[in-house]
Write a protein that binds this ligand. Sequence first.
Ligand SMILES: Cc1cc2nc3c(=O)[nH]c(=O)nc-3n(C[C@H](O)[C@H](O)[C@H](O)COP(=O)(O)O)c2cc1C
Length: 324
Amino acid sequence: MDTGFTVEQLRAAATDAVRAPSLHNTQPWRFRLREGGIEVLVDPSRRLPATDPSGWGTRIAAGAALFNLRLALAVAGTPATVRLRPYPAEPDVVARLVPDVPRRPIPAEQSLYAAIPRRFSNRAPFWPDPVPADARWRLGEAARAEQCWLELLIGTSAVNAFAEIARGAHRVLERDPAYRAEREEWVRTEHAVDGVPAAAGGPQSEPQDLLPSRGFGGRDRAPGRDFEPEPLVAVLGSTGNTAVDQVVAGQALQRVLLTATDAGLAVSMLSQPIEVPGAREQLRLSLGRFGTPQMVMRIGYGQPGSPTPRRPVGDVLDLPVRPG
Ligand SMILES: Cc1cc2nc3c(=O)[nH]c(=O)nc-3n(C[C@H](O)[C@H](O)[C@H](O)COP(=O)(O)O)c2cc1C
């Protein structure tokens, strides 16, 4: 009896996996079938050397893709058992999934799965409506379900203290010409299968803005106006900061993002204070938490976002060569 996953199952689940977010929409992942198991790999050729010298961003993105893959398989009735970094000699393989006992999906899996194609980074200003307590609780639960924590910054002084750290990190990064060149290289003004379309880049930033924006060449806006009333800022953290912890955090990130989407919330990500080691440490100390901050999110209600492109799924699959 063949107890492994099939090429068809891999292809179907990978189609959902690639909807995951990634730094500058680089999509640094590959998927393959080996001895009946689906394997998720980071694609080092799609790492951003100036923005992401350690490969943290590729592991977060691959973890997020892995979460979608797990959900897709579970919703199809074939949940998987997952081993992270299964081969010490092959560090690019971030996970191996083998079939678990088939079962019907539970409603929570179905609603998160349905959120996959509706999740987009939304960099537009959010409305003043506060995020209600039950939605905040659900977001925290989503992180905890994936062995991570989510700290919501409550009150003006917590948000201001964070904003100062984030703006400092942004200034450090912007001083590096290689970092700026890399970002410009991934802004797309014409049709493409990767990168950030200028239309998804959000409005231009203004000197009075509380939070730094990455500057993907977005729309002009009225000068002198505040971007938005105080946003909800959330920091996602993991217990450690090994390569495995970062893959775990990527899965938690995607679970939080899909939970937010399912609750009708919009989110954008803000990773400058994670990318600058000094800022990350300042952020960790300011939160007074053990573990490591892995991502910052801005969460609220807003205009619906729009999808960014993805490479055709066939481009990210390594399929077994059929004999003969
Ligand atoms: C590790 C990581 C870091 C990111 N950092 C930022 C950021 O600092 N600013 C931002 O606007 N978007 C950030 N993003 C969002 C990506 O730009 C976005 O996921 C990508 O362009 C694909 O678009 P989508 O999220 O709408 O699918 C980040 C995403 C990941 C996974």
